[in-house]
Write a protein that binds this ligand. Structure first.
Ligand code: DGL
Length: 275
């Protein structure tokens, strides 16, 4: 039994998709969220910068005394996941493997789509994970670079006049080629899930990488005897590198609850941290 908080991080709002699921699965756990809102997006950057940011983010969570690190970012998981796993010194949960497992299980036709940031698609990690599970799966992968700024800016309503055409623009090739399962390989994308589902139709199963990572985290913590004995009333604390932006407003809409305890983190201080 371990009452230390679980740490969750992302470049911005996307990791809330994992946090929301963790809160539902483990209501007694204290959750600590770090969003690097001052440096988002990561997905359009190169490997070296993403890896440096990722190490600083994980080091920040560790400095807060977390018992596990959930890397709720497809980009960091794909580009720097292995390096972080070796360095964190506590259970480390990334999003690629859990999402690939869920998709391989869900598909009936063997035609699986993957949408994610440019860096994630370039890494080839999702196709590799899917092929390792089932070499017969046909994978259609595609970057949707505008989705992250849309979400960060709060364009998440099902009838949003900017998000709806963006979803149509990016996903038309997938709809044409035909898939029955789609991995939302960037944790921001589930905030657009109603729009994506409406465009692709109910016949397509959407797999949220954030949600699958949260489920995997529960399993790993249980296995290692690290769950808290508290069954309800877990606290939520949020840290962001740009507290002046839209984080709290969009987070409240997505989580459906007040987001009050949001503390700023200075990027200069972050840059002095190392794993
Ligand atoms: N939410 C992140 C991901 O899952 C990062 C998006 C970004 O910063 O570009 O890839």
């Amino acid at each position: 039994m371990d009452t230390r908080p679980i740490g969750v991080f992302d470049s911005g709002l996307g990791g809330l998709t994992a946090l929301r699921e963790l809160a539902a699965l483990l209501p007694g756990e204290d959750l600590l969220y770090f969003g690097d809102t001052g440096r988002v997006p990561y997905g359009s950057r190169g490997e070296e910068v993403i890896t440096r940011y990722a190490q600083e983010d994980a080091a920040f969570l560790l400095s807060q005394g977390v018992k596990a690190v959930v890397c709720a970012c497809g980009t960091v998981s794909s580009v720097a996941g292995e390096r972080l796993r070796q360095k964190t010194g506590c259970p480390f949960i990334e999003v690629v493997t859990p999402a690939a497992q869920a998709a391989a299980k869900a598909t009936r036709t063997g035609r699986v789509g993957v949408i994610a940031t440019a860096a994630t698609i370039r890494s080839g990690k999702f196709p590799a994970a899917l092929r390792a599970l089932d070499p017969a799966i046909t994978i259609l992968d595609l970057a949707c670079p505008l989705f992250v700024p849309l979400v960060e800016d709060g364009h998440i309503a099902p009838d949003d006049p900017i998000a709806v055409p963006a979803v149509e623009h990016y996903l038309a090739p997938l709809r044409k080629k035909g898939i029955d399962t789609l991995i939302l390989g960037c944790t921001h994308y589930p905030l657009l899930a109603p729009l994506i589902q409406a465009f692709l139709g109910e016949g397509v199963t959407l797999v949220s990488s954030g949600r699958e990572a949260a489920r995997a985290a529960k399993g790993i913590l249980a296995e290692q005897g690290l769950l808290s004995s508290q069954k309800a009333g877990g606290s939520r604390r949020y840290f962001v590198t740009d507290a002046g932006g839209s984080f709290s407003t969009v987070a409240e809409v997505f989580l459906g609850e007040p987001v009050r305890d949001v503390a700023p983190v200075n990027i200069g201080d972050l840059e002095r941290l190392a794993l």
